[in-house]
Design a protein around this ligand. Structure first.
Ligand code: PPY
Length: 352
């Protein structure tokens, strides 16, 4: 499979899984700083082309996630585009065949959990002998789900962005609208409520919403998100939720969340900046899960140390990005991509 001209990555693979009819897409965007790491996403897609496009875009975001905080890993992503209603046994078979594929890549791509997969799935992938599977269950020797550490990073990102917008990093007394009460949104909402923020949560899943309410949040209808006033909007569900129209409409001063690729493109970032809305680039704000994952499982750090690094580095990286953006007269998304490019170009060629 050759890369499309609009993708500057190294390698991708697209393959139909015969027994389930699923498409397996693996994108290795960059190994310049080290082996590519990125989660495996499992969901329905309109077609194979959409699955591959998502894998490529998400892999590119992973390169930025590791380059900006200065960690020696590259960017990749796996996508399993499954048919509706995949039975548990069929799911298991798909994960095993996918694991064999990963093993055959010889470590150039190392995966972990992502939207639609979890620690139990990582255990299944690792059964194949595919080494370096991050986020397995603690019983299988892994560090467990990545959501809590991602939430720690988003919390720090909200602080840094509030400091930029209001001159005060504390979420106490701020209204924060969290979109999505899943593996990142729920622990984030709970932490914000504990810190004294007024937390609003939107989620179409009644069970997820009820858990957020139990953690201290007030519910908001999913379709009302763009029109609900808040100090901070935190997208923690799927991507592409802020296009030019939403960027014009959002009634907030800060956007900082855990979703990957929440903007539809550079135009949305420019509109947010023109409206004086401080945008924490998603590939900085959402990096905590991946950062803590590699620290705990590849470097042997304990969770407390890994999460302290996540909070510290995400905060300091964002302060650097906002400073650069002001200096360059650019929006933070543009400034952060530029900083990442500099870090990538300054790196010696990979030696592993
Ligand atoms: C991401 O940050 O989007 C991920 O891909 C999650 C992840 C979690 C743990 C290890 C590697 C990737």
């Amino acid at each position: 499979m050759t890369a499309a001209p609009d993708w500057d990555g190294e390698e991708c693979l697209l393959e139909r899984d015969g027994p389930t009819g699923a498409w397996i897409a693996i994108a290795i965007h960059s190994t310049r700083l080290g082996p590519a790491v990125g989660g495996t996403r499992m969901r329905e897609y309109p077609d194979a082309r959409a699955a591959l496009a998502d894998a490529r875009a998400l892999a590119a975001a992973m390169t930025l996630k590791f380059a900006l905080p200065g960690l020696p890993w590259g960017g990749g992503k796996g996508v399993l585009a499954v048919p509706p209603g995949l039975a548990p046994e069929a799911r298991r078979g798909l994960l095993l065949r996918y694991g064999e594929r990963l093993a055959a890549l010889g470590g150039r791509f190392r995966t972990g959990p992502d939207v639609g997969t979890g620690s139990v799935d990582m255990d299944v992938i690792a059964e194949t002998g595919a080494p370096w599977v991050f986020g397995r269950t603690p019983a299988a020797g892994g560090a467990g789900p990545s959501g809590p550490a991602t939430a720690v990073g988003v919390f720090a990102a909200i602080g840094a962005a509030c400091e930029e917008a209001f001159g005060d990093a504390s979420p106490a007394g701020r209204t924060v609208l969290v979109q999505g009460a899943g593996s990142v949104g729920l622990p984030l909402a709970a932490a914000l409520a504990r810190a004294g923020a007024e937390v609003l949560v939107a989620d179409p899943d009644p069970g997820a919403l009820a858990r957020a309410v139990a953690a201290g949040a007030r519910p908001v209808a999913p379709e009302a998100v763009a029109d609900t006033p808040a100090d901070v909007f935190s997208p923690c569900a799927l991507g592409a939720v802020i296009g030019p129209a939403e960027a014009e409409r959002l009634r907030c001063r800060v956007v900082a969340g855990g979703a990957n690729n929440p903007l539809t493109g550079p135009e949305a970032a420019a509109i947010l900046a023109r409206r004086g809305i401080v945008y924490a680039p998603d590939f900085v704000a959402s990096a905590g899960g991946a950062m803590a994952g590699v620290r705990m499982e590849a470097d042997g750090w304990d969770r407390a140390r890994a999460e302290a690094e996540v909070a510290g580095r995400i905060g300091s990286t964002l302060r650097e990005v906002f400073r650069d953006a002001r200096r360059l007269g650019a929006d933070p998304d543009t400034a952060a991509r530029r900083l990442a490019r500099e870090r990538l170009e300054a790196a010696p060629p990979p030696d592993r």
